[in-house]
Design a protein around this ligand. Structure first.
Ligand code: ADP
Ligand code: MG
Length: 327
């Protein structure tokens, strides 16, 4: 919702409606937590995708379906929850081809099998507007062990999984920018944009290890700002430590801006904080999962996110293209 102050509106108009339910986490986390018996909680989240905004109209329907499922599972990963079911709402514009819907359902089937989840309900309506799709995802987590955004502590290291910036560069490729990159790099970035990999195994093992976690969906710096707000702390990030894929490095080497890495969305990696004392444990987890985990900075007392550039000086985030909501 780029033209409106999304988070200001949620805080002012919607969060009051959540106040009576502690599991809503003030509408400031990746999912709500609902008690399901004495030893288990359900994590529940919802994300919508709109044609022309979150995917391109001509994208393959199978991939749109899989991205829709995966962006929701990414929020469950961020809570340390295991998915078990989804609900699906489809708002089809007039004239949607049956073949399109069949291919969309094929994509859903592939990912329902891949993640061992069932489609348990939903709604199908027509719309005069663009194709709009929404999924609600449900996951399970042992009671009291979910990863929240609100427990980061001063001194914790800030970590990210995988590589950052590929989603934004993948969108650039999809929209015809970065044409000077080699074909293999372009294809790789496009795949990263179209098929996120929810870090479910990582989220599960981070329970009891990480102090705070979220998934990077809207951009690294802005998303880290949400952890800072929820935990009432500040953060310092070393831009030179942010892990980049060879394809993203190639994009930057040929003129793409580091601002895309800092503020571009669609990475769906996990961003988390952890005490310095568990750094060795995290290195072991990284090796056993076969997934890169990189410390990129540290939580400090105070507020806000400072990014230090290669010259040792804070980057001017407003100048570097970082868009922030709420002020
Ligand atoms: P994410 O990027 O992790 O999916 P969002 O940025 O979409 O999270 O949303 C931030 C928080 O606000 C979440 O807790 C979400 O549940 C809540 N939220 C967003 N939109 C609404 C809404 N229309 N009504 C109630 N809660 C909302
Ligand atoms: Mg999230």
């Amino acid at each position: 919702m780029p033209s409106l102050d999304e988070f200001g509106l949620i805080a002012r108009l919607f969060a009051p409606l959540a106040a009576s339910h502690p599991g809503a986490l003030g509408l400031t986390d990746d999912a709500a937590l609902i008690d399901a018996g004495p030893s288990e909680q359900w994590a529940i989240t919802m994300d919508a995708l709109v044609a022309g905004v979150h995917f391109l109209g001509e994208d393959p329907p199978e991939l749109i379906a899989r991205k829709l499922v995966r962006v929701n599972l990414s929020d469950l990963a961020a809570m340390g929850a295991k998915p078990f079911a989804i609900l699906l709402a489809t708002c089809f514009p007039a004239g949607v081809a049956e073949d399109w819907v069949e291919r969309f359902a094929t994509g859903l089937k592939i990912d329902c099998e891949e993640f061992a989840i069932a489609l348990i309900g939903g709604d199908t309506v027509a719309t005069p507007g663009p194709l709009t799709l929404a999924v609600t995802a449900l996951g399970r987590v042992p009671a009291g062990s979910a990863l929240l955004r609100s427990n980061a502590r001063s001194g914790d290291y800030i970590w990210v999984s995988g590589t950052i910036g590929d989603g934004a560069f993948g969108l650039d490729v999809a929209e015809g920018r970065l044409h000077h990159l080699e074909e293999a790099a372009k294809t790789w970035l496009l795949d990263r944009y179209r098929i996120p990999h929810p870090r479910l195994s990582l989220g599960w093992v981070l329970r009891g290890v990480a102090t705070a976690a979220m998934d990077v969906s809207d951009g690294l710096v802005g998303d880290l700002g949400h952890i800072c707000c929820a935990s009432a702390v500040g953060a310092v990030v070393d831009a030179t430590k942010i892990p980049l894929s060879p394809a993203a490095e190639a994009a930057i080497a040929t003129g793409a801006s580091i601002a895309r890495v800092l503020s571009g969305g669609d990475d769906y990696e996990l961003l988390f904080t952890a005490p310095v004392s568990v750094s060795g444990k995290l290195a072991e987890l990284s090796a056993s999962l076969g997934l890169r985990l990189t410390p990129i900075g540290q939580i400090i007392e105070g507020s806000g996110v400072t990014v230090i550039g290669a010259d040792g000086r804070p980057l001017d985030l407003a100048k570097s293209g970082y868009k922030h909501f709420g002020g």
